[in-house]
Design a protein around this ligand. Sequence first.
Ligand SMILES: CC(=O)[C@@H](O)[C@H](O)COP(=O)(O)O
Ligand SMILES: NCC(=O)COP(=O)(O)O
Length: 245
Amino acid sequence: MSNILLGVNIDHVATLRNARGTHYPDPVFAAALAEQAGADGITIHLREDRRHIKDRDVRVLKETLQTRMNLEMAVTEEMLTIACGIQPHFVCLVPEKRQEVTTEGGLDVAGQLAVMQDAVARLAAVGTQVSLFIDADHAQIDAAVACGAPYIEIHTGRYADATSEAEQAAELARIREAAAYAHGKGLKVNAGHGLHYQNVKPIAAIPEMVELNIGHAIIGRAVFTGLTEAVAEMKRLMLEARQGL
Ligand SMILES: CC(=O)[C@@H](O)[C@H](O)COP(=O)(O)O
Ligand SMILES: NCC(=O)COP(=O)(O)O
């Protein structure tokens, strides 16, 4: 069986905290529990509007994480300055719109190659490995290679949001093909967005997948089962999907 890693996104613990302006529930505590339950890394998205994760969370998590921090952020001067100071294991560069409910699509790497090359180089210079959050698209994969980014994360939102079996199968085929294409170009391939307990297995079964980043569904389930069980069950399903690979 080939391994696959689970990055647990804890943004929505912070969403709940921020809803009342309290100090609880603390995403730092959630990260420690998730790690104990089998998370291979912790993902946090420091949005420009700080709607969930705040600067303090990033600073404290840098001191307390036992695994690896994957810091998701927009490609802005403010965020690049923060990331170069924090020096997380990974930065995942994502597109961001102030009005969106959640990340709606992949980053247009091909359309801003020079900006992306500069961001990847600045982060690499402080020892941070960069991942580019892109759609399953050859032009974007080629651009990721041209940027020198070691990783991509394929946006699985369209697969997760598909409203028919045929549409979901088509999206899965697109992701599968893109993962093989990117792997062939020397990229390491992650995936995430909208994955949950019912739709994770076909994505986890894609042989080239290194890591899945999953947040909303895990935190949602944790409300009823506790975070330890919610993380462990997701990891169990992912590993089950790898049997025979
Ligand atoms: C980039 C991505 O897919 C996730 O980080 C997602 O953005 C979670 O945060 P939001 O719910 O704020 O979009
Ligand atoms: N990059 C995707 C991620 O971190 C988690 O997204 P979601 O599971 O909260 O939709």
